[in-house]
Write a protein that binds this ligand. Structure first.
Ligand code: KG4
Ligand code: ZN
Length: 365
């Protein structure tokens, strides 16, 4: 039997993107009717990182404008909506609160059901929206704020197999760019320079590969790159373009080695439990990195597993993933009032040991 189609407005404001989207779907397939994302990069650029107060204020100022734009682009009115879904964590609390307050106001004014959505669940469920992927599957979330391997069993059932114990990879890419005086966001810049660099010139570490399991650590790699840079500066009193390119290449190669090996281990653990569903998906901005993506694809090919990567605009922070998660949650019983409490930390797998560390983009729960 065909499930009833639902039309849901999604709202996202947990980090440095103000976003609203309208998605229509039946829980098996969905269509993105609109997806509006306003980045805040320019506002934070002078400070070298996301400033929570500035982010919160910008979300508060821009959210209703983004919601109007998303509704207009989707050509729907509030009467056409079945519900509203809003990110209620984890993230920078001021921004999360801006979104939750707006969503509560809209839902109360229009008499619509409201659901609180976990931002990480939004990322983790995206391959179902884009590729109709069936449960279960293995997901690697890899962005500026997150890095974890999750088994996705259902809209609310996740098992975390491992994650970073300090920096997220995108955060490390951004810091490397900063120490080489490249513009932000650093990931694409480092990738561009790395293409012309020699990855073997600097012997950078592959942290935690000697430890069993799929936890990761990137702060030592970042520090090693900083030391390598300072050693060249001390020797030659400056960096040439080739020095920069070689450092970028060495750093990216180390990152790719670690992610590929940990993905191989996570996939082995996943396949041991779910041999009938060999599927691996990535989400997050770092999944845009071609050399990392190629390595992950190779791991999947080796292990006879299908590889899924949502298009980049649905891979990075957006509200369509929140609306879609809302559809899945609505179809399977709705969310509780507790899900509407704005919270900075909200691990998807509450049975797993907490990850340590909270980066510049907020908690990595
Ligand atoms: O998913 P995303 O938009 O969410 C946040 O964490 O905000 O990811 C952004 C991150 C940034 O740290 C950016 O430097 C990184 O993803 N990134 C990349 C690439 N493109 C974006 N990292 C490496 N290579 C890339 N091509
Ligand atoms: Zn995100």
């Amino acid at each position: 039997m065909m499930a009833k189609e639902l039309t849901i407005l999604g709202i996202e404001s947990s980090c440095d993107d103000t976003a609203a989207a309208v998605v229509r779907g039946d829980g098996a397939r969905g269509a993105v009717l609109s997806s509006v994302v306003e980045g805040q990069t320019g506002l934070h650029a002078p400070f070298g990182g996301v400033v929570p107060e500035i982010a919160a204020r910008a979300h508060a100022e821009r959210l209703d404008i983004c919601v109007s734009a998303a509704m207009a682009q989707a050509a729907v009115g509030f009467d056409d909506l079945d519900a509203i879904a809003v990110t209620s964590g984890p993230g920078l609390i001021g921004g999360v609160l801006s979104g939750v307050m707006l969503a509560k106001g809209l839902a109360a004014a229009r008499g619509l059901p409201l659901m609180g959505v976990n931002h990480l669940a939004g990322h983790a469920l995206t391959p179902r929206l884009t590729d109709g992927l069936d449960f279960p599957y293995l997901m690697l979330l890899v962005s500026g704020g997150h890095c974890q391997f999750l088994i996705v069993h259902g809209p609310r059932q996740f098992t975390r197999l491992g994650g970073t114990i300090d920096d997220a990879p995108g955060e490390a890419f951004d810091k490397i760019a900063k120490l080489l005086a490249l513009p932000q966001p650093g990931g694409p810049q480092v990738e561009k320079q790395a293409i012309l660099g020699d990855a073997r010139r600097f012997a950078l570490p592959r942290p935690l590969l000697d430890r069993a399991g799929c936890d990761m650590s990137f702060s030592g790699l970042k520090t090693a790159a900083l030391r390598a840079r300072d050693a060249i500066i001390a020797e030659k009193s400056g960096l040439t373009l080739q020095d920069r390119r070689d450092l970028c290449a060495g750093f990216q190669a180390a990152m790719a080695d670690v992610l590929a090996e940990k993905a191989r281990r996570a996939l082995a653990a996943y396949l041991a439990l779910n041999p009938a569903q060999p599927a691996f998906a990535v989400a997050g901005g770092v999944a845009a990195n071609q050399s990392i993506r190629t390595r992950l694809e190779a791991v999947c090919a080796d292990m006879s597993t299908s590889f899924f990567a949502p298009p980049l605009h649905l891979c990075t922070d957006n509200a369509a993933m929140i609306a879609w998660a809302g559809i899945e949650i609505f179809r399977t019983g709705g969310s509780s009032l507790e899900d509407l409490i704005a919270r900075p930390r909200w691990p998807l797998d509450t049975a797993a040991a907490p990850l340590i560390g909270s980066g510049k983009k907020g908690a990595k729960a």
